[in-house]
Design a protein around this ligand. Sequence first.
Ligand code: 3HC
Length: 693
Amino acid sequence: MTTQQPVNDTISTEIQNGVGLICIDNPPVNACGQAVRAGLLEALDQLNNNDAVQVIALYAAGRTFVAGADIREFGKPPMEPGLPDVCDQLEASTKPLVSVLHGTTLGGGLEIALATHARVGITGLRVGLPEVLLGILPGAGGTQRTPRLTGIPAALDMILSGRQVPVEEALKLGLVDVISDATPRDAALAAGQDVIAGKLQIRRTGELSVTPDDAAIGAAKAKAKPLLFNPPRIIEAIAASTGPLAEGQALERKLFWDCLNSDQSAGLRHAFFAERAVAKVPEAREAPRPVDSMGVIGGGTMGSGIATSALLAGMEVTLIEVAQEALDRGVGTITKNLQGAVKRGKLAAEQLDPTLAKLTTSTDMQSLATVDLVVEAVFENMDVKKEIFTNLDRICKPGAVLASNTSYLDINEIAAVTNRPSDVLGLHFFSPAHVMRLLEIVVADKTAPDVVATGFALAKRMRKIGVRAGVCDGFIGNRILSHYLKVTTYMLMDGASPEQIDKALEGFGFAMGPFRVSDLAGIDIGWAERKRKAPMRPAAERYVPIADKIAEQGWFGRKTGQGYYVYGADGPYPNPAALEIVDQERAAAGVSPREFTDQEIVDRYMTAMISEAARVVEDGIALRPIDVDAVYLFGYGFPRFRGGPLHYADSIGAAELIKRIETYAKEDSHYWQVPDILRKMAADGSKFSDLNK
Ligand code: 3HC
């Protein structure tokens, strides 16, 4: 018997009654970095050569078994030993080797486990191979050993979706051999004794064979998204699992490196870190104020969505509307939203009624006297908002957080009508608010740091991605959107059709092109916004009135059956009447339409987006470029594999962007202006990514 002996900073061993324990302890998620890999081999060697050891049992300390390779090592020179070698050596262990899995055993973590000779899953365990979401494939035997245990169809499903499989399902699939309620260390000791007693069967996964399944492989190929680089390679690697292990592994290795070196993987890894980086704000060290109850003013689509989100996060919600009828409509929408959440598996069916019971409604703002936080979600009118905040100031308890869900308006002006501007901030949700993950946390001049921290805590509780934004017209997302949408109208006027523009951008990876989005959101929304801004429009700005002319016909898009497209049984198809308006406006402006290539459309659109995104960083509205990327990834359908507009900008380079802007500026020097930050980057060779550090 020995006490725990460190092998290195992350691995230790101990021997108990013939069981040699290896413990991995590399917080927070036991990622399998170089020290873990080297330590594992060293520990394996020590225990295999110790006569007191009959069985080796591997487990991890902390909240989870290994959650994968260390993603921070990707993109850097590889460090020995590689994970595939580690897995092979684990499988080749001369003494029986079992592993105990808990928490989220993912990616390289599961690959380590698959290379051991038997696996115990602790209750609550979820296993998965999420590499697909990082633009790569399981590169340490996962594509070869998984099908050896589960068969090809289940391996395809797991590896192509990246989904996390609960322990009960993992048992059925053959990924774990037994489920235990013990602590990981106790389970490891027990599993070791079970092996000694012949009660737990051991075998080497790599020695099993795989039945070919051409039909499943063919179906997976047919379903793979054409724009993505890694799914076809994942399928190719899994298909090779029917042959000898070493050959399959060699192919997997080659395909892994092809994927890891792809731009798509760099973009997806950036998106992974963006999701986490945005919470790192100066105010994060403040303790947030407790928020268990929320008032929502406005029961329209937005208010109802916010209320739904708060209810799903377990809060008490008071919904305020001016009239009972509007309240009833709001409750109807919230009920429908929650029913949808049940259908999507986000809420247990038996939780529907108790969740709805946490909703109270009132036509009297006085009902907000005791709530911890209020979100105002009425229509965009400064006077109305000022009146509401004057009342909230009078009604709400001291310390209550007062938030506006405005998409554009000045939070400083709203805060100024209260005697407690430090309690006021913007919480900008995105529609549908109970589905979209983005939450812009808009910090006004006087917002107190703990109020900002409360916004971030709320985002986390609602499972949203909170991004810190400064005050300006449109904050981060809508300010950039307002700018680049103009370039779509310019291209439309100059000769491209809505359909061509949509298709070009969908080909780039956006889920929907801008004209389809406009039809979905309602052409009237943009129309109202342009009218609001008309008095501020500079004389030098080129203005294309096509959208206004379409709106004047009452064609607001999907909700009216036509917009840029016609909807209905045989639709959508390009609206000939809208195209006629386009022709008329071109003629009225004396424009003879020219040809656009799809590439030019993408270049102009992305250059416009990047230009304004750069200015948003330059002006300090976004803390870092990665915050802009997160806003676009989680709120605007930006293709995740491209990492976000400013990650994508780095792949083009400042010099090329400046060249493009200067070329376009020959047609319109008001719209196309080079942001100073790009000039600086071109001069000193720096990138947006340098500003994320
Ligand atoms: N490598 C490096 N860092 C990691 C990591 C990984 N694999 N997984 C998580 N982290 C970091 C996060 O960046 C975060 O760091 P921060 O505190 O500095 O921001 C910290 O660990 C905690 O992570 P979360 O905030 O995400 O914690 P949660 O408890 O919410 O989630 C998790 C835990 C489910 C494990 C989640 O972190 C996750 O999904 N991680 C990624 C898992 C993954 O993709 N694994 C596959 C890696 S690729 C691979 O294994 C290749 C192999 O086939 C060769």
